[in-house]
Design a protein around this ligand. Structure first.
Ligand code: AP5
Length: 217
């Protein structure tokens, strides 16, 4: 059972690769971004607090996201966890260590997706999903085969994340540089960091990650 962190700036491909690992290896994707968007959509107390912060591209409080991860961690006890978008600060990294050790679990790898920021803006600003089934699309890389109709479920409704505009993406990247990138040395000291070329194709990035997890890298 492996527990890994996927680390990288907005649009680096964390969610894409976490979903593939979940489908291919049965590991459990724990995405704090998805958990927060779910809370916002349901209008829970956490969602009400998080909504405006996320729309500005800033980070939600450490206490809120650490509690969300704590609530979901046990669901990955058998298959292992992929932490997607968590931890994002030194406090969150410390909280994760405690949450794992309380369960006699440990981190195996911190996989950094290394990418070019200008490409990330193009990736993020162009993405959209089917409003019904969540199938992902992109203005440049993947349009529906029939314009305006979801390939998977036939829905004609699509949506974009409110934080996927250029100005907010720049704030999200600044938050990454200021608060998240500084946690890398903490994991470097523990010998856990592995780097992959996040600019490669989705399949190639997946192959690089598989090689790390299989011990053949
Ligand atoms: P979150 O949902 O975590 O967003 P993010 O980190 O900004 O990451 P994204 O989901 O935008 O990108 P990704 O790296 O997953 O890339 P993806 O695979 O989608 O967080 C949103 C907000 O929630 C934060 O701003 C914050 O407010 C709050 N939050 C969340 N967690 C928090 C925490 N721990 N603490 C505090 N606040 C927190 O790919 C992007 C696009 O590129 C897609 O279109 C995809 O198809 C495409 N793509 C992916 N890989 C490739 C490739 N190799 N080649 C070409 N295209 C690719």
């Amino acid at each position: 059972m492996l527990n890994i962190i996927l680390l990288g700036p907005p649009g680096a491909g964390k969610g894409t690769q976490a979903a593939r690992l979940q489908a291919g290896r049965g590991m459990v994707q724990l995405s704090t971004g998805d958990m927060l968007r779910e809370a916002v959509a349901k209008g829970t107390p956490v969602g009400i607090k998080a909504k405006e912060i996320m729309a500005r591209g800033e980070l939600v409080s450490d206490a809120i996201v650490s509690a969300l991860i704590g609530e979901r961690l046990d669901a990955s006890a058998e298959q292992g966890a992929i932490f997607d978008g968590f931890p994002r600060t030194k406090h969150q990294a410390a909280a994760l260590e405690i949450l794992l050790s309380q369960r006699n679990r440990k981190l195996d790898y911190v996989i950094e997706l290394v990418v070019d920021e200008d490409e990330l803006v193009r990736r993020i600003v162009g993405r959209f999903t089917c409003a019904n089934c969540g199938a992902p699309y992109h203005d440049h890389f993947k349009l529906p085969a029939v314009p305006g109709v979801c390939d998977v479920c036939g829905s004609t409704e699509f949506k974009r994340r409110p934080d996927d505009n250029e100005e907010t993406v720049r704030t999200r990247m600044a938050e990454y540089r200021a608060k998240t990138a500084p946690i890398l040395p903490y994991y470097e000291e523990k010998g856990l960091v592995r780097r992959v070329d996040g600019m490669a194709s989705v399949d190639d990035v997946a192959a690089q990650i598989d090689a790390i997890l299989d011990g053949t890298a």
